[in-house]
Design a protein around this ligand. Sequence first.
Ligand code: C5P
Length: 398
Amino acid sequence: MARLNVVVGITGGIAAYKAVSVVRALVLAGHDVHVVATENALRFVGRPTLEAISRNPVHSELYEGVAEVRHVAIGQAADLIVVAPATANTIAKLATGMADDLLGNSILASTAPLVVAPAMHTEMWQNPATVANIATLRARGVTVVGPAVGQLTGKDSGPGRMSEPDDIVAAALAVVGPRDLEGRRILVTAGGTREPLDPVRFIGNRSSGRQGIAIALAAAERGAVVTLIAANLEVDAPASISVQRVGSTLELADAVAAAAPDADVVIMAAAVADYRPETVAQSKIKKETQGDSLDLHLVKNPDILRGLADTRAPGQVIIGFAAETEQNDAKLLELGRAKVARKGADYLVVNRVGWTEGFATERNTVLMLSRAGDIVAEAAGTKQSVADSILDLLSNPA
Ligand code: C5P
């Protein structure tokens, strides 16, 4: 997605502290973020925090920057405005078109899409005044994200909690992003499988699930209908995407087999164990009975990707991943070419992994190979931007 000028309006609710993560996610996604905070918002979260995270000055005063006509300039320059959190008071003001502060002026002076993420106590959210105001905003084309149901600031819980920052950002970018995957049914696997040894132990890998989640989110933003099958994620899965949790390779294989026939595209980003213990002990393996050594006998797991490629319906696109520790570029390419031929995938995304690379990091560097073994694209950057480059393979097939 092109770099956007995004105005993040922050209003005076305790969820303002979570707005910092909204700003951060937008910056990491490559956008130019300008925070307009109400005076009350700055009681909850400090200006230096927002300036450091947004990498831009934070504006809140209506009578500052008058010479540059700031009260309209900010809104006019915006490609997208996200208000998070949006208090009941701000929602009421927006519904009536009031502009008694810089944020209200910026919004009125803008033709950019407006996304609001309400946050308030349940009683306020359900108050007929708020209900009517939200209906007014929706009728005007404003996108309302959430609120979620959950623990509120006090001891109470219910609808009113601000949606999670990643979900707000996904919904906001979906409003302005390309919809080039509209309606395509995309199945994504993410995370790393764990092969049980006994009820408390497993053999696993260091995949965090970040790249797969980024692909799932980016695909949803671009209009796809996404199913995520997640194995042992280290990070939260986005609430906006339907997630099926699995643990072991055999569970992943079953879940993929059930979901793949309904998918136009399968993206196998999960790190799948090649072997599993032949037998799983039904109680904890004890060193007292094992003595000084313990032999594990492993058997090969089914190759899910290969099986998918062998049995796919005509037209289904299959993208596999190859995580390799090979340091030499030419040899890495050779490994990738051999793998894409062996697996029968349409594309293979090749990346380097190691003690400090690939897994569990925020960034990634990948090569994308076609079935014929040609390098069709390369990408380096945040896992979000790499996700978009991978999905470009679907809208502009090589
Ligand atoms: O052979 P390798 O494990 O390097 O292949 C990686 C690709 O194959 C990934 O897309 C992974 O999800 C998939 N895979 C699989 N089933 C396995 C092993 C890997 O689907 N048993």
